[in-house]
Design a protein around this ligand. Structure first.
Ligand SMILES: *Cc1c(COP(=O)(O)O)cnc(C)c1O
Length: 363
């Protein structure tokens, strides 16, 4: 069977080498004769795994020592309510930047919990020559006492990425579910970074939270212990039984990223993949991407065909060549190629060859 390249937005493909290692170790992890799934999370073997995972993640992202790293349940969306409950208290307000499907959903969840009076929001995507472009507001001298500003640097559905950092007087909380570890960032500029694991880290269900310690002094709302960051810190992310298999796979992904030379090298590879694909889209009148060049996502490349009636044919023929899960999200339509860290350059090359041939035959 020839290789299958999986362009799914999430759960996304995982590195082949990691999957092979997991397969080999499935029935006998660490010479114990049992799977990691069947191992106590409090065993010394598993604790060693979690320590290695945290230290690798800290090294990869260059996380300062005044930040906690938490491995939690509930994926990306679980954190939409967690940040509200952890930081808003009874009288706090927060500011949300709305730039697409996910940041908008975070606003809806926050309003559901504390009401519209406590949540301000700003639309940051504007049309510029028919293209979606992010225009960040100026916050200099802003006197509002927000507990935090929340935004999503990579809108997975819309294929919009914000490469600029946010300058504001409040702690910045970022939903990095679909961009975490795709390039180097300066963690110290963020109050909280969180991410559901299933795009760049591992299996769904797990989420990673990186939180600056001083934020934990903010008043929290009454909330379930399982999503309380302070409880998670106190218990080493083991207040209850953590998603151990997902944690194990995440640890393997971190080790794999280190073996590639860390995020600097990973970012170069991601840039190359994205350039190849956008260049194909731009060079053929048959395809169109609707995002301003400076906001084109390196992770989720969205594009429309010249004629929507060809979408099903495109998807079927791509699939026959082992190029799967290219269908765009239902709210935006068209196509979406998610090219996270685990997607090899060859996968994008093969997609581009297919797109060129398809355009020629169907133009
Ligand atoms: C996928 C995704 C989510 C949702 O993750 P779940 O684990 O399904 O809750 C949230 N935010 C962003 C940016 C995402 O890409």
């Amino acid at each position: 069977m020839s290789a299958t390249y999986n362009f799914c937005a999430g759960p996304a493909m995982l590195p082949h080498a990691v999957m092979e290692k997991a397969q080999q170790e499935l029935l006998d992890w660490n010479g114990q004769g049992v799977s990691v799934m069947e191992t106590s999370h409090r065993s010394k073997e598993f604790i060693a795994l979690t320590e290695q995972a945290e230290s690798d993640l800290r090294e990869l992202m260059n996380i300062p020592s005044n930040y906690h790293v938490l491995f939690m349940h509930g994926g990306g969306r679980g954190q939409f309510s967690a940040v509200v409950n952890n930081f808003l208290g009874e009288d706090g307000k927060a500011l949300y930047l709305k730039g697409g499907q996910w940041s908008n959903a975070a606003v809806d969840e926050a309003i559901k919990l504390v009401g519209e009076d406590k949540i301000d929001s700003i639309e940051i995507v504007q049309k510029d020559n028919g293209l979606n472009k992010v225009v960040l507001p100026e916050f200099e001298g802003d006197k509002e006492q927000y507990r935090y500003l929340h935004y999503c640097p990579n809108e997975t559905v819309n294929g919009i990425e914000i490469f600029d950092e946010i300058d504001c007087p409040w702690p910045v909380i970022a939903d990095m579910s679909s961009t975490i570890m795709s390039r180097e960032i300066d963690v110290s500029r963020f109050g909280v970074i969180y991410a559901g694991a299933q795009k760049n880290i591992g299996p769904s269900g797990l989420s990673i939270v990186i939180v600056r310690d001083e934020l934990l002094a903010l008043p929290s709302l009454k909330q379930s212990s399982i999503m309380d960051y302070r409880v998670a810190v106190k218990n080493g992310s083991m207040y209850n039984t953590p998603p151990t298999f997902a944690w194990y796979l995440a640890a393997e992904v971190f080790a794999w990223l280190k073996s590639l030379g860390g995020l600097k090298q990973v970012a170069i590879a991601n840039e190359k993949k994205a350039q190849l694909l956008y260049q194909c889209i731009d060079s053929l009148a048959f395809y169109r991407n609707g995002v301003a060049v400076e906001n084109r996502s390196n992770m989720n490349v969205t594009f429309q065909l010249a004629d929507d009636a060809l979408n099903d044919k495109f998807l079927a023929e791509a699939k026959a060549q082992g190029l799967i899960a290219l269908k765009g999200h239902r709210v935006v339509g068209g196509m979406r190629a998610s090219i996270y860290n685990a997607m090899p350059y060859e996968g994008v090359e093969k997609l581009v060859q297919f797109m060129e041939a398809f355009a020629k035959e169907n133009a």
